[in-house]
Design a protein around this ligand. Structure first.
Ligand SMILES: C[S@@+](CC[C@H](N)C(=O)[O-])C[C@H]1O[C@@H](n2cnc3c(N)ncnc32)[C@H](O)[C@@H]1O
Length: 416
């Protein structure tokens, strides 16, 4: 039985960007709305509601720039004017810190621009009509066929049709494949998982299509199909060849902002540890002025950084970098290993750095800088550092995930 249509006022936006409204049956989440708006909805159960119409729009409502908005699950907030959107993201950081009793005036967010995402992961499947390639729809496992995407860099947007053609022979009608694309300086680096197993004829066909679409590299289910040009990214002047599946900051502008904030905070520190170093986004910048200990668990990534430093470090005049492969969840760097360290940068995955934060909290390092893509785990780790005697002096949100609820941030801790 369909529930009745009702009119409600949106009280606020929740942490995923959906509006929150009171109904006689309790609180519901409503997508694509703004605080203060009077809207018509139909509750759909489990605390959710379908938006039927806007009765009184907010002054912060704008026309969404993408034709796929509302169907496509890639974006939640295209309908929000830039200032209100940035303020909402800033408030989300403060809201994540509050339950940990961390009070700080969070900086205004450093905004992202459209057409700047250099990494995107699409889903693809084969249908009777051909290949569907795009993002999942908001509320189901249906893939929305993308014809445009104002998030990604033009090289990726222009390749959407080509990518569908590329993966077509390796898709089955039964499953969905994941197509991760990174725009590098030598072309697109594509890694597909969940496609058909590779045999001789499929490998040959995929290699042919890789060449036809002038991709730099194609990796299929972890197997190298073709590397026509080694993918290259320049990290603060250091040219690194990221191995398949490497982490890179999502936008070049976001990376530049994060690096600037980290380098400014580090100042003239002589010795710095870069924990969760990846391919060296921060190491490359820090080594211009400081000797660096770079620690990372993924051998291919830290290996790519090591190679680049050996080949180019002397010519670039970089200070010495010590490379260490280590699982920092299981074996965090200990205070005794940080005795001569002036600053630590840590940039963990979404799970945060609980074990490492505990060790840092016991250390004498005067300056710790946390970079995080998850305000909730950042807040947990920040509380550990604060309880260990650090003061959180600055938090700056940086937008790398435009129109989504995801937030990147830099937090600076100084030992009191
Ligand atoms: C958010 S990325 C940051 C990478 C790098 N700092 C950058 O900005 O490009 C997190 C990094 O932590 C690494 N990582 C994940 N789990 C780890 C662990 N247990 N120990 C050490 N490094 C880990 C990942 O491989 C990834 O390179």
């Amino acid at each position: 039985m369909r529930t009745a249509e009702i009119e409600v006022t949106i009280a606020s936006l929740g942490h995923l960007g959906d509006g929150v409204a009171e109904t006689p049956a309790g609180e519901v989440f409503v997508p694509f709305v703004l605080p203060g708006e009077r809207v018509r909805i139909r509750p759909t159960g489990e605390g959710r509601a379908e938006l039927l119409g806007i009765v009184t729009p907010s002054a912060s409502r704008v026309a969404a720039p993408c034709r796929h908005f509302r169907q496509c699950g890639g974006c939640a907030l295209q309908h929000v004017e830039a200032k209100a959107y940035g303020e909402w993201k800033r408030e989300q950081v403060a809201a994540a810190l509050a339950p940990r009793s961390i009070e700080i005036e969070v900086d205004p967010i450093v905004p992202a621009t459209p057409k700047s995402r250099r990494r995107a992961t699409f889903s693809a499947t084969r249908t009777k009509k051909g290949v569907t390639l795009g993002y999942y729809s908001r509320s189901s496992h249906t893939i929305i066929q993308l014809t445009e995407c104002p998030l990604v860099v033009p090289e990726i947007e222009a390749a959407l049709q080509g990518l569908a053609h590329l993966v077509e022979p390796g898709l089955s009608r039964k499953g969905h494949a994941s197509v991760a694309v990174t725009a590098t300086e030598t072309g697109l680096d594509v890694a597909v998982t969940g496609g058909k197993d590779v045999d001789g004829p499929l490998r040959a066909e995929l290699a042919k299509r890789t060449s036809a679409h002038d991709l730099a590299r194609l990796v299929w289910n972890g197997e190298m199909i073709s590397e026509r040009r080694a993918p290259v990214v320049t990290l603060s002047g250091l040219k690194v060849a990221p191995p398949p599946g490497s982490f890179l900051q999502a936008t070049a502008d976001g990376e530049a902002t994060l690096v600037r904030l980290v380098v400014e905070a580090v100042g003239d520190a002589k010795r710095v540890a870069d924990l969760f170093a990846g391919c060296g986004t921060f190491t490359a910048a820090l080594a211009k002025h400081s000797s660096v200990l770079a620690v990372e668990s993924e051998k291919p990534q830290i290996g790519a950084l090591d190679r680049a430093l050996r080949e180019q470090g002397p010519a670039l005049g970089l200070k010495p970098v010590e490379i260490l492969m280590r699982d920092l969840f299981r074996r965090p760097i200990l205070p005794s290993e940080l005795l001569k360290t002036d600053a630590v940068v840590f940039d963990p995955p979404r799970a945060g750095a609980a074990a490492q934060a505990e060790q840092l909290a016991k250390s004498a390092v005067p300056l710790v800088i946390g970079v995080s893509c998850n305000p909730a785990t950042f807040a947990r780790d920040a509380r550990t550092l604060i309880d260990g005697g650090y003061r959180l002096t600055r938090v700056t949100p940086v937008d790398q995930f435009l129109w989504s609820p995801h937030i990147e941030l830099v937090g600076i801790f100084r030992r009191e």
